[in-house]
Design a protein around this ligand. Sequence first.
Ligand SMILES: NC(=O)C1=CN([C@@H]2O[C@H](COP(=O)(O)OP(=O)(O)OC[C@H]3O[C@@H](n4cnc5c(N)ncnc54)[C@H](OP(=O)(O)O)[C@@H]3O)[C@@H](O)[C@H]2O)C=CC1
Ligand SMILES: O=C(CO)COP(=O)(O)O
Length: 307
Amino acid sequence: MTEKPKNITIVGAGMWGTALGVLASHHHHHVRLWSRRCPENLASVIVDADVILSAVSMGGVTPIIKQLQDLNLPKKAIIVTATKGLDPATTLTPSRLWQSAFPDYPVVVLSGPNLSKEIQQNLPAATAVASTDLTAAETIQVIFATEKFRVYVNSDPLGTELGGTLKNVVAIAAGVCDGLHLGTNAKAALLTRALPEIIRVGTYLGAEKETFFGLSGLGDLLATCNSPLSRNYQVGYGLAQGKTLEEILAHLEGTAEGINTTNVLVQIATEQNLYVPIATQVYRLLRGEISPLTAVKSLMERDLKSE
Ligand SMILES: NC(=O)C1=CN([C@@H]2O[C@H](COP(=O)(O)OP(=O)(O)OC[C@H]3O[C@@H](n4cnc5c(N)ncnc54)[C@H](OP(=O)(O)O)[C@@H]3O)[C@@H](O)[C@H]2O)C=CC1
Ligand SMILES: O=C(CO)COP(=O)(O)O
């Protein structure tokens, strides 16, 4: 429990920002939920903020950072980022964008197996908050922890963020796998082989390997790849049913970050010569270059190797 209610401003009033707002209000904090559609201006909702939490989708991160740079952030504020994406302009993660824009402020990543619809139903869940500033991470831990939402701290923000981001690419593949009714063995093989692919990229970018075995890595991989609530899973499932990406997106509730993340990930992998076979097939599928069945065939027919 916190000793004193804090002022928490959540930027991004989509599905995740709204669910996080409900969690933060459990301990009687003053929660202000803001989006670009709100009548108030951003300056008025960050006045006196102890915490500024960004839950905008990737496309909104740079525009929001630019707006905030023109304002005076309260000196004591902690910045929290809950976005799971990669910036197409720089290939950086949101926390890196936030930290370079606000070098004097602590930045905390919040990420875990957290399907917002389950959180809104008050079902039990756990997440990770990660920062190089452990005091800031612990402050955020206490603010968001409830008897139904268990919050763990770690000191690897990049790994925490990349786990939640890169699994979205795999969730598209998992949706394809289920949409094609390939069976439980195939799904287990896909998710198990996806983990070293995520770790290969994540550790290359500077994350710690162990983080990917935690809630924000393996945990979120399992949640997202096994749930029809996941928008990324829904994209893959729809493609397997023969729908076009445009048709799927026209009916999708919220953002499927995995589409943009696949593009940025394949760009990074190509430039840095990283082996990402699953992401490569998802990339070709999203671009309409191959069918779901061809993607599966290509993965199965690669050269044999050791595990
Ligand atoms: N939903 C979930 O279960 C979870 C989602 N996440 C992550 O959280 C992020 C948000 O997801 P979610 O809430 O579901 O997505 P939504 O699509 O529901 O909401 C996205 C939010 O971002 C805002 N936004 C988008 N582009 C811009 C922009 N250019 N400028 C300002 N604001 C912008 C939207 O504003 P507007 O409404 O005005 O368009 C909206 O408030 C994603 O990165 C997602 O991966 C993480 C964990 C769980
Ligand atoms: O990140 C999520 C669950 O942890 C939400 O997944 P989707 O964005 O695919 O819905």
